[in-house]
Design a protein around this ligand. Structure first.
Ligand code: KG4
Ligand code: ZN
Length: 335
């Protein structure tokens, strides 16, 4: 079969990323321009600023990717782009760039679901064997997804309020650590002791999650201590908070794994970069798959991997793609 090369674009939040991937295997180029540093001082992503930075960055990132792969756009077989979920303005930058590129070059366009992309990151340097089970833990989502076969995604549980990454970011703000909170809490927790009395959020028999109660408990405890002029031991606090989150995530993943007995079990999304989650997940299920750090957080290589599934099915965009900011992992592009 002839080689197939996809150029994939990701702009759903604060990373402008383009990857060029051959035959769902070989990453010829992968450029990620992260805006995280710019949002550090502000303490979170400002959607309009993110969109404006994507506008500034996308063309240079595109040129850099072609250069890195040492190919021309003529050698690409299809263009892929994240169409949702994500920030609407940010998504539109990538989608509009992809629409124009597809029209100018007459190359087919593939619209990719960002959450399916996170799961397909497990196929980079590895292989998903079906049936598969994935825990998606990112800044906007916390979901347990069962895949009876390739290209079929079923949510079996999800957060009822905050996502796991969101709770890391919010607790980091309460502790005045900075943004993004996940890596900062992760680092700090390594030097702490779990000695703060925080609740285990929704540690029940369901597959759903809830992190807003834990966040409120953190907020209230910090406030009470401050009123009493008691200094917060930030490392201990970070360690206690992280242990609650990791414990509940792994309890539910482990039960789903026992019940469904999948051939592959994985953890994906930004929070899967967490060192404690990784360590305990591997101790619990040695065969568990977790993407390399660079493929855990938002990146275009995972979007290219998911795009190969659509290419196989001939699921191309008929006229133009548009952003769909609230789609679920179960959704596919519909013309
Ligand atoms: O998947 P992602 O890059 O973007 C979304 O699609 O949301 O996830 C970003 C989230 C942020 O909330 C960030 O704090 C969290 O992933 N994160 C982490 C770690 N690295 C990133 N959370 C815990 N520990 C980490 N090491
Ligand atoms: Zn993401």
């Amino acid at each position: 079969m002839k080689d197939k090369i996809i150029l994939a674009i990701e702009t759903s939040c604060d990373e402008t990323s383009i990857a060029i991937v051959k035959n769902k295997k070989e990453i010829l180029a992968h450029v990620i321009n992260s805006q995280a540093d710019k949002f550090k001082e502000i303490g979170g992503v400002v959607p309009e600023m993110a969109s404006r930075m994507h506008v500034d960055n996308i063309f240079p990132v595109y040129i850099q990717a072609l250069k890195e792969a040492n190919i021309t756009i003529d050698e690409i077989d299809a263009i892929a782009v994240t169409y949702g979920p994500g920030l609407v303005g940010a998504l539109l930058c990538g989608v509009n760039f992809a629409n124009s590129l597809s029209m100018l070059t007459n190359k087919p366009l593939i619209a990719v679901n960002h959450m399916q992309g996170h799961i397909q990151a497990l196929n980079i340097n590895d292989e998903i064997v079906y049936p598969a089970l994935a825990l998606i833990v990112s800044g906007g989502h916390t979901e347990l997804v069962y895949m009876p076969k390739a290209k079929e995604y079923q949510i079996i549980g999800q957060t009822l309020d905050d996502a796991a990454g969101e709770s890391y970011d919010k607790v980091a703000r309460i502790l005045k650590l900075g943004y993004p909170g996940g890596p900062l809490i992760d680092q700090l927790a390594k030097t702490g002791i779990d000695n703060y009395d925080l609740p285990y959020p929704k540690n029940d028999e369901s597959y759903d999650f809830s992190f807003s109660g834990l966040k409120s408990a953190c907020f209230n405890l910090v406030n009470q201590q401050q009123m009493k002029n008691i200094e917060i031991r930030k490392a201990d606090f970070a360690c206690s908070f992280q242990n609650r989150v990791v414990e509940v995530l792994l309890n539910k993943l482990s039960r789903a794994n026992d019940e469904l007995n999948p051939a592959t079990v994985g953890i994906v999304g930004g929070v899967s970069a967490n060192s404690e989650l990784k360590k305990r997940a591997k101790a619990m299920l040695p065969e568990i798959k977790i993407p390399q750090l660079i493929y855990s957080t938002d990146n275009a290589a995972m979007i290219a991997m998911a795009a190969f599934d659509e290419l196989e099915d001939g699921n191309f965009v008929d006229s133009v793609a548009n952003a769909k900011p609230t789609i679920s992992v179960e959704d596919k592009w519909q013309n």
